[in-house]
Design a protein around this ligand. Structure first.
Ligand code: TYD
Length: 139
């Protein structure tokens, strides 16, 4: 699997406090078409359990912590986000799960497209088939 793609955001804070600016096609590597955020998450809950065909996303844990499991069909990788100056860039066919939300967690996600259910792969076996198809395209 390509190594985890973490983006480090410049902190623009001063004695008044911290500030981070996110700009499309600058420190966010795509045009942002959608933003959503997860909060008040039940700490017993895990979320995600899907892959995307085309969507690109950057996830930032603004408060608290959450652990992503990223799976490219061969390797599974766990990444804990617990700092508002770090973004996890997820691109390409990757199964993702979110686990271990802290009680105070606020996770914001910037996405390269509008919500489209047709871009989701919600079944793990279908995901594995799609990864294999991508690795060995028809002759
Ligand atoms: P879901 O895909 O289950 O969230 P997660 O993958 O984080 O566990 O989304 C929950 C519901 O919200 C589902 O009905 C789809 C809807 N939804 C939107 O309408 N727009 C969005 O941008 C997202 C992420 C979800």
């Amino acid at each position: 699997m390509s190594s985890t793609n973490l983006i480090s955001f410049e902190m623009l804070g001063d004695e008044r406090g911290s500030l981070i600016s996110l700009e499309q096609n600058k420190n966010i590597p795509f045009t942002i078409k959608r933003v959503y955020y997860l909060f008040d998450t039940n700490i017993e809950t895990s979320r995600g359990y899907h892959a995307h065909y085309d969507l690109e996303q950057v996830a930032i844990c603004l408060k608290g912590s959450v652990t992503f499991l990223l799976d490219d069909g061969q390797t599974k990788e766990r990444v804990t986000l617990n700092s508002p100056d770090v973004g996890l860039h997820i691109k390409g066919l990757k199964w993702r799960e979110m686990h271990d939300f802290s009680e105070d967690s606020v996770l914001i996600v910037l996405a390269s497209d509008l919500y489209k259910e047709s871009d989701y792969i919600r079944d793990y076996d279908t995901f594995l088939r799609e990864v294999r198809n991508e690795d060995s395209p028809a002759q």
